[in-house]
Structure formats: C-alpha cells, structure tokens
Design a protein around this ligand. Structure first.
Ligand code: ATP
Length: 294
C-alpha cells in the first residue's frame, strides 16, 4: 500500500487555537469548526485505499459509509476490507448492524455523529469513506462540521471491466458458498443484508439446488446467469453512484475534488502504484493539507 505522507511532517490535526483562553467567554475567538474528510466514488474505484493512505499520514480513523458493508456478514460478497488491508487504521461502522433488519440513513447519521465526536475527542481526523451517497448526504445535512470531499473517479468502461473481473475473484474466493449459507427460500430480499448485490441474483440457482428435478446442466446454466447478473448489477450500481455524485456537485453545489484514478487501472504493478501516487494519493493529500492547515 502506498504511503506518501510522512507521519511526522504534519502537526496533530486536533491542535486547537490556544489564544483567547483568558478572555471573557463573550469575546473569546470562536473555535474553528471541526474538520472531516469524505472520500466518495463509485464501487471499485479505490476509496478505501485512498482513505487508508490519508489516515496513515494524518493520524485519522475511518468511518464506513457503505450501506451494505455496515451489516455483519457476507464479507466476500460485499467486498469488505480485510484486517490486513486496514493497515492498523481503526475502521468504524463496518459489520456492526444486524443483517436481518434495515440500517437506515437515520441510524447512520446517529452512529456516525457519535463516532466522529469520539474520533475528534481522541485528537484524530475522521475520514468517511464509502459509496452510499444517500448516507453521506443525510450526514452532511445534519452536521455542523466542515467537510472536504474527495471523489475517486475511474472512466466507466475501465471500471466496468474491473468490477466484472472482481466478481470472478469473489466467486473464486468463496462468494457462492458464503451466500448459500444464508439462503432461505422464504427470504425477503428487500430487507437488511439480503439487498446486497450478489444475494437475490443467486436465488434461482439455490432454488434449483434444492430441487431434485433439476439436472446438472440446468444448474450450471443458472450459476452462470447468477454470476452475469451480479456483474451487470454491479456495473449499474457504479453508474447510479456516479450520477449521484454529479448531482451533488452540479445541482447541490458541493465542492467535490475529483481525482482521476483511471491510469491506475490501466497499468499493473509498479506502474500502477506510481499512477496512484501521482494521480490520486499525492493530489488528494495536497487538497487535505490545504483543508486542514490553511
Ligand atoms: P440508493 O438510494 O439507491 O439505495 P445509496 O447511495 O443510498 O443509493 P448505494 O451505495 O448506491 O446506496 O447502494 C444501493 C444498492 O446497491 C444497495 O441497496 C445494494 O443493493 C447495493 N450495494 C451497495 N453497496 C454494496 C455492497 N458493498 N455490496 C453489495 N451490494 C451493494
């Protein structure tokens, strides 16, 4: 994982102005608003990687804002970050909600607000990272914090290829077995974690597994269909998420800083890491630096 920012180069993000402490309350300078960084982007673009790169540079903690990763379970299917990938950075609101009930935008605002307060109280910077723009919007509308928005963007054709390959990697890593474990023929796919892409898509396949009259050829076909649908629905999700970011930027006037990560996906190995540092992590840290210290 690229770490491009020296941990020692920056003062603590929580250094508050000390002046004015002896003045009467009425004429003390108002403390600056607490600052929070938000990393946005469609699924698969590298939001988690950027959040972790920033967190290791600024003494920060990460709050998940993916409405499905918030649930406990389905770690492969929902593409939750692994402990190794966390690189020691504390992550919040990841796998904490009951998968059988809905975790709403209101629940998110309540929990994320408390978490931000406690992170700030520990002298650290909260970084919110995740693709659920409705959660982010609800939080921003409710808060008195000052936010810096970073958007990791990848050209759609490139992203479609990546998320399609990612589904193949998930299947190889045990996604089908993971979803099968929670399969129930009476499931309601509109509640909790069962809304995750990769769950309803496999319903017909698991139903066929249950049925003694279904031959192997038909089952294999249903499996292939389920995988293809998962790929298509992930691509559709990416397009919808991108549209919402455009809406927040163009119609709502949010100042969202775009970081183009396309080159990272077009390269491999060291070249991909160099593109990441040059196009995403480097410019991202310059923007955050300006936000925190100017
Ligand atoms: P919407 O209002 O459409 O729900 P949103 O911004 O609140 O949009 P998104 O993150 O775009 O939320 O998620 C929309 C849907 O995409 C989820 O209900 C779920 O079906 C699917 N989804 C989102 N994140 C994941 C994930 N990590 N794994 C699997 N499916 C996901």
């Amino acid at each position: 994982m690229t770490m491009i920012i020296s941990q020692h180069a920056q003062p603590s993000v929580l250094q508050r102005p000390t002046g004015g402490r002896d003045l009467p309350v009425s004429i003390r300078p108002r403390p600056p608003k607490e600052k929070v960084v938000v990393v946005m982007g469609a699924t698969g673009t590298g939001k988690s990687r950027l959040a972790i790169d920033l967190a290791t540079g600024y003494s920060a903690e990460i709050i998940n804002s993916d409405k499905i990763q918030v649930y406990e379970g389905l770690d492969i299917t929902t593409n939750k970050i692994t402990e190794d990938e966390c690189a020691g950075v504390p992550h919040h609101l990841l796998g904490i909600a009951d998968p059988e009930t809905d975790f709403t935008a209101g629940n998110f605002v309540t929990k994320a607000s408390l978490t931000m307060k406690s992170i700030v109280g520990r002298g650290k910077l909260p970084i919110i990272a995740g693709g659920s723009n409705s959660f982010i919007e609800a939080l921003i509308n409710d808060q008195k914090y000052e936010f810096c928005f970073l958007w990791v963007d990848v050209a759609m054709p490139v992203l479609h290829r990546f998320v399609s390959d990612r589904v193949d990697r998930m299947v190889a890593a045990g996604m089908v077995e993971e979803v099968r474990k929670m399969y129930n023929p009476n499931s309601d796919y509109s509640i909790g974690i069962r809304r995750a892409i990769g769950v309803p898509e496999f319903d017909a396949y698991f139903r066929a597994e249950y049925s003694s009259s279904c031959d192997n050829k038909t089952r294999a076909k249903l499996l292939e269909q389920a995988i293809n649908e998962t790929k298509m629905n992930t691509s559709t999700l990416a397009c919808r998420q991108l549209k919402k970011i455009h809406r927040l930027r163009n119609e709502k006037g949010w100042k969202i800083h775009r970081l183009d990560a396309t080159a990272v996906f077009e390269n491999r190995g060291r070249e991909a890491d160099e593109s990441w540092a040059e196009m995403v992590a480097g410019p991202g840290s310059v923007i955050v630096n300006r936000f925190l210290f100017n």
